[in-house]
Design a protein around this ligand. Structure first.
Ligand SMILES: [Zn+2]
Length: 139
């Protein structure tokens, strides 16, 4: 099996435009940016999905994401960012190593909100309480 491309970046075997690194996390520019400054933030612990990442790594990852938003926005002159995880293949995750996208956003950049991801009809409001209960029952 091929090594994970993000683990190879962490090891320095694949070069990256790194912008931050500490003992638990790393951030670098996406090589397929959809906006100038499009950044990926990853845990060093290899894990496919966010919900499978150990809680202490989630804390480290979140702190790094939080610390990078301001500098990224200021560096690119952006007043906003879209911050997102594609969590699993069906969600569009292409590299099976948890990564957060920080995407600087600009007026008239042509992008839309996260609510524009799906075009299928939303579940009817009458189903929301059933859905909420089914989630709560599994926690
Ligand atoms: Zn990996």
């Amino acid at each position: 099996m091929d090594p994970c491309i993000f683990c190879s970046i962490i090891e320095g075997d694949i070069p990256s435009h790194s912008i931050y690194e500490d003992k638990d996390t790393m951030a670098f520019l996406d090589v397929n940016p959809i906006s100038p400054g499009h950044t990926l933030v990853i845990p060093k612990h290899h894990c496919s999905k966010l919900n499978e990442l150990p809680p202490q790594d989630v804390v480290s990852l979140t702190k790094t994401i939080h610390s990078l938003i301001g500098p990224i926005e200021r560096a690119l002159g952006a007043n906003a960012t879209t911050i997102a995880f594609n969590n699993g293949i069906e969600a569009g995750q292409e590299v099976p190593h948890v990564h957060c996208h920080i995407i600087p956003r600009f007026p008239q950049d042509g992008g839309r909100s996260i609510h524009s991801l799906l075009e299928k009809p939303q579940p009817p409001l009458t189903k929301l309480s059933t859905i909420a209960e089914s989630i709560k029952n599994l926690m």
